[in-house]
Design a protein around this ligand. Structure first.
Ligand SMILES: Cc1ncc(COP(=O)(O)O)c(C=O)c1O
Length: 458
């Protein structure tokens, strides 16, 4: 029986990333409040937020300091834009802090309101700079199959997932997709991680040569693939990719929207995996998701070209109303202060071994083919047959079913395509809460196995 609120939801809302037909029958999960790593629904039932919302609420759900700083800023100056050279203290302070903690030398910061618009800005900057440098043919951007970079027309084109392209008439021109670095699923039999990485780097090089190096401007990658399946890169991957990009003067855009701010056990995934990034996109944990804010980190060479273009054109003709929103910037400054003061990265390093141990233990379950992660992010993959890695028919929705059972058990995880499930809890999670989270998921797995058997899927 659907509650009154659920019925009103069905009558009024279009939910992102939701099967709209199914939703009309099953209705929403309506959350009411949060505390630490827990969220509570309207009946008072608690759930461990095993996904930190959407890989973002790193400081959990009841951080009073963030509430206070937001309230203070709302009272003082709830809004000013930063167009036409206007500015304010929190925007400046945040940019200074970001420059300080950036994993590569950064000159300036450009603000937006979402990961998608940050990556849109990246594409526009690449095109703008190459026009300015007199190389109008150098415009193609290479992304990866299963990469996730957002949903705007351009950033959805970078995204390498079918649901983001089908019937949306995407991708747009000048966006290419190279192979997905998922060793478990795409390596040839017996191929080591290093050999797989060598093969993928060679494929990237072939693509650049086939297209013509003077037409390829940039490569974009997430240090750990998120929505594509929570996939950690194989050994040697980024080292080999770095070498190819350097050889053909191709810029490296690091999409740190999920991996930024401690998720992998370093401030940035770029450091964890040695990406030779020229520029970074950040969002999500920059404010612990208490406010929508994104940042593009721009290096000195790019900035100098932008300044020259302004002299020529008369302005830098790009930016959103809410770019550098004072409330978002004030929250982000406080969030970064808390990360540093409370040694969040040290905490991640301390609890990650327990998290990864429990993740790896899931691979002992008869339905789990792969279970792998880094820091406090991990993915598992369901298979019908562990020896052959054969998968269930996608439409049977085994991962999805395990997510529904997890919900019954009081845990929120994220089923993804490829019959995978992601885990990405708030960074403040304790070892005891990690154990509770996986105890709940193991119960959900037991129910999933019973269901799979009852349905005659194995
Ligand atoms: C790596 C990555 N880039 C970009 C985005 C898009 O961010 P947003 O949903 O804030 O537009 C996401 C969202 O999950 C992401 O994971």
């Amino acid at each position: 029986m659907l509650s009154n609120l659920a019925v009103r939801d069905i009558e009024t809302l279009v939910h992102p990333y939701t099967n709209l037909a199914t939703h009309r029958e099953v209705g929403p999960l309506i959350l009411e409040r949060g505390e630490g790593v827990f969220v509570y629904d309207t009946t008072g039932k608690n759930y461990i937020e095993g996904m930190a919302g959407l890989w973002c609420t790193s400081l959990g759900y009841s951080n009073e300091e963030l509430v206070e700083v937001a309230t203070e800023q709302l009272r003082k100056l709830p809004f000013t834009h930063i167009f036409s050279g206007r500015s304010h203290d929190p925007a400046i302070e945040l940019a200074e802090k970001l420059k300080e903690i950036a994993p590569v030398p950064i000159s300036k910061v450009f603000y937006g309101a979402s990961g998608s618009d940050a990556n849109d800005t990246q594409i526009k900057l690449v095109w703008y700079i190459n026009n300015a440098l007199g190389r109008p043919q150098k415009k193609k951007i290479i992304s990866r199959l299963k990469g996730y970079h957002g949903v705007t027309v351009a950033s959805a084109s970078l995204t390498g997932l079918p649901a983001n392209h089908t019937d949306f008439d995407l991708p747009i021109a000048n966006i290419l997709h190279t192979s997905c670095p998922h060793h478990y699923r795409f390596a040839q039999p017996g191929e080591s991680e290093q050999d797989f990485s060598t093969r993928l780097a060679a494929e990237l090089e072939e693509m650049i040569l086939r297209e013509g190096p003077d037409t390829v401007a940039a490569f974009i990658a997430e240090p750990v693939m998120g929505a594509g399946g929570a996939i950690t890169p194989p050994e040697g991957y980024f080292e080999k990719i770095n070498a190819v990009l350097a050889k053909y003067d191709v810029l490296f855009i690091a999409d740190e929207v999920i991996t930024g701010f401690g998720r992998t056990g370093n401030m940035f995934g770029t450091t964890t995996y040695g990406l030779n990034a020229d520029t970074l996109s950040c969002a999500k944990a920059i404010t612990s998701a208490y406010f929508p804010l994104s940042a593009v980190m721009i290096n000195e060479a790019t900035y100098e070209v932008m300044v020259d273009q302004s002299r020529k054109i008369g302005t830098f003709g790009h930016g959103n109303t809410y770019a550098g929103h004072p409330v978002g910037c004030a929250i982000a400054v406080k969030t970064l202060e808390i990360y540093q003061r409370d040694n969040i990265i040290e905490h991640v390093r301390k609890v990650a071994p327990r998290f990864l141990q429990r993740v790896e233990k899931l691979a002992e379950h008869p339905l789990v083919g792969e279970a792998r992660g880094v820091g406090l992010i991990a993915g598992i993959e369901f298979v019908k047959d562990k020896a052959t890695k054969a998968q269930f028919e996608a439409k049977k929705g085994v991962a999805l079913k395990s997510g529904a059972f997890a919900q019954e058990e009081g845990l929120i995880v994220r089923p993804l395509g490829g019959d995978r499930v992601a885990f990405c809890p708030p960074l403040i999670i304790s070892e005891a809460e990690i154990d509770e989270m996986f105890d709940r998921y193991e119960r959900a797995l037991a129910k999933t196995l019973n269901w799979v058997k009852a349905e005659g899927l194995i």
